[in-house]
Design a protein around this ligand. Structure first.
Ligand code: HEM
Length: 125
């Protein structure tokens, strides 16, 4: 049983930020993802760190800055196919390993992100 928040348990903002940087380093090189992301991922990573902070129980700065997350709606401008979903999750799995997030948090995080990634698909292959 996990008490408290995942955010606190894994080490707070510092860990989220390291995870997000490890993630976008891969996204920026991935042939399936690179074409739909901006060249400069600095701002994307900054927003993602704020989002994942609140998603895993930390301060709600994302919402304060950006309003309701509406993640599916924010992703509609991009063609998110099943293979892009797989690529996103693959980059995230590798980032979770690089940052050495331990169980049971790693699995809890990955499961929650998998559900969200499934929800983000909006285009057939
Ligand atoms: C933004 C792709 C899944 C969270 C974006 C952007 C793209 C993208 C292209 C725009 C980047 C920019 O213009 O800066 C994808 C793809 C996914 C995926 C291909 C595969 C399923 C997810 C998931 C989450 C997420 C699962 C959260 C758990 C975000 C956030 C932003 C974002 C927070 C920034 C939104 C904002 O502007 O405030 N994504 N995404 N994405 N994505 Fe995703």
């Amino acid at each position: 049983i996990v008490h408290g928040t995942i955010y606190e348990a894994i080490g707070g903002f510092d860990t989220i930020d390291r995870l997000v940087n490890a993630f976008y380093e891969r996204v920026g090189k991935h042939p399936k993802l690179k074409p739909i992301f901006p060249e400069d991922l600095t701002e994307t990573a900054r927003k993602q760190s704020l989002f994942l902070t609140q998603f895993f129980g930390g301060p709600r700065t994302y919402e304060a800055e950006r309003g309701h997350p509406m993640m599916r709606r924010r992703h509609l401008p991009f063609e998110i196919t099943p293979s892009r979903r797989d690529a996103w999750l693959e980059c995230m799995a590798e980032a979770l390993d690089e940052v050495e997030i331990e169980e049971p948090y790693r699995m809890a995080i990955f499961e929650k992100l998998t559900l969200t990634a499934n929800h983000m698909m909006n285009t057939p292959e």
